[in-house]
Write a protein that binds this ligand. Structure first.
Ligand code: G1P
Length: 290
């Protein structure tokens, strides 16, 4: 039996300069897609997949995220006193329970690999998931759950992948793949943000990882890579030399909410799945004379 994945690391220290001025005082992870902050989609996805403890790696000015995942006593009692029990119960159910959430800080913006490494002591000696909240996933079941199903079969390290167009490969980590194994396939290579025209495939890492604890030791000694930052992809590449590494093709859609278009796309596409606004959004789109 494989060792269960109980903890998830969610890096939220990034500045979000692409969304200025919206992100001047508001963390980019708190921008809303329809009616939920971006970061809540990935927390929901983590708990749906069976994660028991979420670890946020925060930075300066991200206090709102901590408040968001706290119990809001005044709000709860106001809702209940007005007879809005269902709304209060829903908020309650979505809030992590006592001891299910931790916060640590990445003091300097040294890269994604460094952010994950900041969580090493809280993760301890067990496998863990990483979820990048910029990537909002729409899948049934969720992306991490799909990966967990594969993990139960093959164990090891697993990343989620999706196809992108050749013009966009320079924005992501790109992999090359080998043989199929159950619900997964072997990863034979990976490169972070390859120069245009040099990507080994169109398969990009879409921001969900299941990793073995040895990766934290590799991150401790990882030198800087693409963009002068300590890259998670580079440490994973080293890990591949000694440990099994698999990819799972995500059955669903990924919205890159780190880009303005991806964020708008997520809002429109997910609004079309919300009972309370679906019809109006459809009508609006149908009425557009472009
Ligand atoms: C990170 C990873 C990259 C991955 C991407 C997904 O890049 O380093 O491999 O494809 O997330 O969003 P970042 O977006 O932090 O530059």
């Amino acid at each position: 039996m494989v060792k269960p994945v109980r903890k998830a690391v969610i890096p939220v220290a990034g500045l979000g300069t692409r969304f200025l001025p919206a992100t001047k005082a508001t963390p980019k992870e708190m921008l809303t897609v329809v009616d939920r902050p971006v970061v809540q989609y990935c927390v929901d996805e983590a708990f749906e997949a069976g994660i028991e403890h979420v670890i946020f790696v925060t930075g300066r000015g991200k206090g709102l995220i901590e408040d968001h995942f706290d119990y809001q006593y005044e709000l709860d009692s106001t809702l209940r006193s007005r007879g809005k029990e269902a709304a209060a119960d829903k908020l309650d159910a979505e809030t992590p329970g006592a001891g299910q959430v931790s916060f640590t800080r990445q003091q300097k913006p040294l890269g994604l690999g460094h952010a994950v490494w900041c969580a090493r002591d809280i993760v301890g000696d067990e496998p863990f998931a990483v979820l990048l909240p910029d990537m909002v996933m729409d899948g049934e079941p969720g992306c991490l759950k799909q990966m967990m199903d594969a993990y139960e079969e093959v164990g090891g390290n697993i990343i989620s992948l999706q196809e992108t167009s050749p013009e966009l490969t320079h924005k992501y980590g790109i992999v090359s793949t080998g043989e199929e194994k159950g619900k997964a396939f072997e990863i034979t290579g990976m490169v972070e943000k390859p120069a245009p025209g040099t990507a080994p495939s169109n398969l990009y890492i879409n921001g969900r990882y299941i990793l073995q604890p040895g990766l934290m030791e590799l991150l401790a000694n990882q030198s800087t890579g693409a963009g002068g930052e300590i890259q998670l992809t580079d440490a994973m590449l080293t890990m591949m030399e000694t440990e099994p590494f698999y990819g799972v093709s995500f059955n669903g859609r990924t919205y890159d909410c780190g880009s303005k278009f991806g964020f708008l796309e997520a809002n429109i596409m997910l609004a079309l799945k919300h009972d309370d606004v679906r019809d109006e959004v459809r009508e609006l789109i149908a009425s557009l004379d472009l």
